[in-house]
Design a protein around this ligand. Structure first.
Ligand code: NDP
Ligand code: 8X3
Length: 254
């Protein structure tokens, strides 16, 4: 049966691949991101290609008021949200703690932690009304292990892991499932954003091995979302075969 899937950070990478996957399986989508032209183009393409309904929200998840207003103003038939994929997030910089840029720290904390909280707090009442729903938080291997110079990004993803556990406990009586999907190295715009647009530096992150694609991760998220109501994946860590931990890779750089 067709469900309504609410995806944050759908303008690129894992979120965009989730939009593609859930659209191809005939669900209706609410897709969010800050880049209007990307959200607009994706909405049009998915509607045409798959004959489904897509609602685009141009939204900065850091803006608490905008998040609450946008969700409050959803048309009636969009208010039964079945699955929320809290995916919007980013890393900014890779530097020792004493070298870090506080503006980057704030952007990561405000997006990865506070943005996830704002969107969840606005969507949960819609799920509570139906006594059902599924929140899937996108964590990271960085939320399992801290790696050198990853300090604040890793801390935000550890917070996502902790919030996922807390949300699961608090939403248990309402029958709302809460899952975390934590990918390892996935080639998206992630490293381009992390390195402030330096495409070569970003490309080097994935050199000498086959990273996950955004669609690899979306397929796993789709699996997690497709299990029967009495089955929940609490926490799922997936990595490229060539990656054994946050820092151990098998690379062929010849
Ligand atoms: P991308 O940079 O390709 O996508 C990030 C998405 O987040 C974009 O759609 C971006 O949209 C959105 N976003 C960022 N900031 C905001 C904001 N303030 N408000 C709304 N949307 C925002 O990276 P990925 O697809 O790789 O990242 C998706 C998630 O996966 C992140 O949470 C990331 O931490 C996590 N992750 C990524 C891994 C990787 O190796 N790539 C591994 C593990 C986890 P826009 O710019 O239009 O707002
Ligand atoms: C993204 C994966 O290892 O770059 O969360 O932190 S990593």
């Amino acid at each position: 049966m067709s469900k309504t899937i609410f995806i944050t950070g759908a303008s690129s990478g894992i979120g965009e691949a989730c939009a593609e996957k859930f659209a191809s399986t005939k669900n209706q989508l609410i897709i969010c991101g800050r880049r209007e032209e990307k959200i607009h183009a994706l909405r049009k393409r998915l509607e045409t290609q798959y004959g489904i309904a897509v609602l685009g929200l141009i939204l900065d998840v850091r803006d608490k008021e905008a998040v609450h207003n946008a969700i409050k103003k959803l048309p009636y038939h969009w208010k039964k949200v079945d699955v929320l994929i809290n995916n919007a997030g980013l890393a900014k910089g890779l530097s020792g703690i004493d070298q870090g840029n506080s503006v980057d720290w704030e952007q990561m904390i405000d997006t990865n932690i506070k943005g996830l909280l704002y969107v969840s707090q606005a969507v949960i009442p819609l799920m509570k009304k139906n006594n059902s729903g599924h929140i899937i938080n996108i964590g990271s291997i960085a939320g399992v292990e801290t790696y050198p110079k990853g300090n604040v990004y890793c801390a935000t993803k550890h917070a996502v892991a902790s919030l996922t556990r807390g949300m699961r406990m608090d939403l248990l009586p309402q029958g709302i499932k809460v899952s975390q999907v934590s990918p390892g190295a996935t080639e998206t715009e992630f490293s381009i954003v992390r390195f402030d647009g330096d495409k070569q530096k970003a490309k080097d992150v994935y050199k000498g091995y086959k990273p996950l694609t955004a669609m690899d991760v979306a397929e796993v998220i789709y699996f997690v979302a497709s299990l029967p109501p009495h089955v929940n994946v609490n926490d799922l860590l997936l990595m490229p075969t060539a990656q054994a931990s946050a820092t151990v890779f098998h690379k062929n750089n010849s």
